[in-house]
Write a protein that binds this ligand. Sequence first.
Ligand code: ADP
Ligand code: MG
Length: 220
Amino acid sequence: MNLLHAKGIKRTYGSLEVLKGIDLEVKPGEVVAIVGPSGAGKSTFLHILGTLDRPEGGQVFIQDTNVFELKDKELARFRNEKIGFIFQFHNLLAEFTALENACMPGYINTNMRESEIVKRGKELLDLLGLSSRMDHLPSQLSGGEQQRVAVARALLNKPVVILADEPSGNLDSQSALDLHHLFFRLRDELGHTFVIVTHNEDLAEMADRRLVMQDGNMLS
Ligand code: ADP
Ligand code: MG
């Protein structure tokens, strides 16, 4: 059983073929790393897996949903509920606290009550070792702490898959290592599934599978 299945994904920008027909199957609880040179198409592919961008060819199934057959509104809801995103630059909102940032996906288009959202946000920040930082603004947190808030935010709606684009690219080596261990803990203890684009070879080696993208193709 695949949790995620991408088939023959193609994407062009003008005359540039960025993705030349990529396939990927991910099982529940897997941690898959994608490495490859800059410009290979990794971010473009991850955006398509996350339904943030549409391919010109191919299909993406998440659980049993053929995601690009959903109407825009349904797709937005699906994305918010089923997919967690972690980016290199955490994109936390500067004027909101750690807790408010972590809770943000709960306020968008879900049926969760405010009290449930806040409870879940606090539990996650606690789990990620940030219980004493809940009321801090992003500017009052270290890079590693900010990225853990972004992880809490990604987990808030209990997504079926978490997509990370160079999540530790902006961190010092110790914070990067801590973040990588955190991903595996979330997999081992909570069964989360990850697709991670990374330049970090240690992380790629720790993953269940290390895939290489080059020139719009998946080599392995
Ligand atoms: P990677 O993440 O592997 O470094 P990207 O997916 O970001 O690669 O980019 C792949 C190629 O697509 C690059 O040549 C890049 O310049 C091009 N590209 C990415 N986004 C756009 C865009 N919005 N418009 C035009 N070209 C783009
Ligand atoms: Mg990229």
